[in-house]
Design a protein around this ligand. Structure first.
Ligand code: PLP
Length: 359
């Protein structure tokens, strides 16, 4: 058996070079005579690794010095709660709903703060970004939360909305590092690692320092971002394995030409797949072209009854994890950085062949 093209939405495919390096140094890392998983996070060697990973991420995204970069845990879901707890207690926060993840984030925040829905595309089944002119922003909001890429329905912002003086918060779980990003337009960005960064169990959070002054002193320390920042993400034992792998992925992206090169490739992959789907007369993607995601491409076949056979044949052809999210059904191809163009070419070829045989 050999590795197949893996279209999983997350945990997702990692670059083969990264996996090979991790394999090569699994038993003995960096002269430690032990695995990276078996050494103290407070030892010199691991601290150097942690600092290098942060430095590489800062370079990749040109993160301004006035931002802290945190390597945390809890998955993006924990931060759905932690963000309002830190920044919106006793205040009100604005949320823009563009899909299932922004809906979940808003729902969770409701337990801790007053949530205003500034805009929503729910009425059209989240097939678009609500037009900017319809957004009703509260200039006094504690923050404005958006989900720049909705992993389930494949809706992506291709620009950054203007939040005025209100701090802009972005759940960039499924888009961070896929393209250049102007970090300075956001007050806070957070991402679960298991798409473009590394394994699950790690969250990268980038936060403007002045925001940390708002973190309430009476929060449990483990939920308080200011505490995590003050301790260099080592308030408790971090996910050392995840941090190590993220560091390898950052180095891989740098060696491949950085996020600009990733964007070029990602755009080419997305164009190929959407172009094929639209021209096929067989498959269908429901999202408005201007809001289509480069990372997650949902599509349907003419009848749900064909789904099982499509998935079975795709797997036999070496194309894995194409089943759509359980909330929407159909298919979904996730095209994160580690997916080569050749993988998308193989998918398009298979889809054409399947359509000819079943059309
Ligand atoms: C955009 C987005 N936000 C949040 C999450 C939840 O992440 P986690 O499972 O790490 O909590 C996901 C998971 O796929 C996601 O895609």
């Amino acid at each position: 058996m050999s590795r197949a093209y893996n279209f999983s939405a997350g945990p997702a495919a990692l670059p083969e070079e990264v996996l090979r390096q991790a394999q090569a140094e699994l038993l003995e890392w960096d002269g430690a005579r032990a695995s990276v998983m078996e050494v103290s996070h407070r030892g010199k060697a691991f601290i150097a690794l942690a600092e290098q990973a942060e430095q590489d991420l800062r370079e990749l995204l040109a993160i301004p010095a006035s931002y802290k970069v945190l390597f945390l845990q809890g998955g993006a879901t924990q931060h759905f709660a932690q963000i309002p707890l830190n920044f919106a207690r006793g205040a009100s926060a604005d949320y823009v709903l563009t899909g299932d993840w922004s809906e979940k984030a808003a729902k969770e925040a409701r337990a801790y703060t007053q949530v205003r829905i500034a805009a929503s595309a729910a009425a059209t089944n989240h097939d678009r970004i609500p037009p900017r002119a319809t957004w009703q922003l509260d200039p006094g909001a504690a923050y404005l939360h958006i989900t720049p890429n909705e992993t389930i329905r494949g809706v992506e912002f291709h620009d950054i909305p203007d939040a005025g003086a209100v701090p802009l918060v972005g759940d960039v779980s499924s888009t961070l590092l896929s393209r250049p990003l102007d970090v300075s337009r956001y007050a806070l960005l957070y991402a679960g690692a298991q798409k473009n960064i590394g394994p699950s169990g790690l969250v990268v959070l980038i936060v403007r320092e002045d925001l940390l002054e708002r973190c309430p002193k009476d929060l449990p320390k483990i939920l308080n971002y200011a505490e995590h920042a003050a301790q260099g993400s080592m308030l408790n034992t971090p996910n050392t394995w995840g941090w190590y792998l993220a560091g390898l992925v950052f180095k891989w992206i740098k060696a491949e030409g950085g996020v600009a090169a990733m964007a070029q490739r990602n755009r080419a992959k997305a164009d190929l797949l959407y172009g094929y789907i639209d021209g096929s007369g067989y498959y269908r993607n429901p999202v408005e072209p201007a809001a289509r995601s480069w990372m997650n491409v949902p599509f349907t076949l003419p009848s749900d009854e064909l789904d099982a056979s499509f998935l079975k044949q795709a797997e036999a052809a070496g194309l894995l994890a194409l089943k759509g999210h359980r909330l929407v059904g159909g298919m979904r191809a996730s095209l994160y950085n580690a997916m080569p163009l050749a993988g998308v070419q193989a998918l398009v070829e298979f889809m054409g062949d399947f359509a000819r045989r079943h059309g």
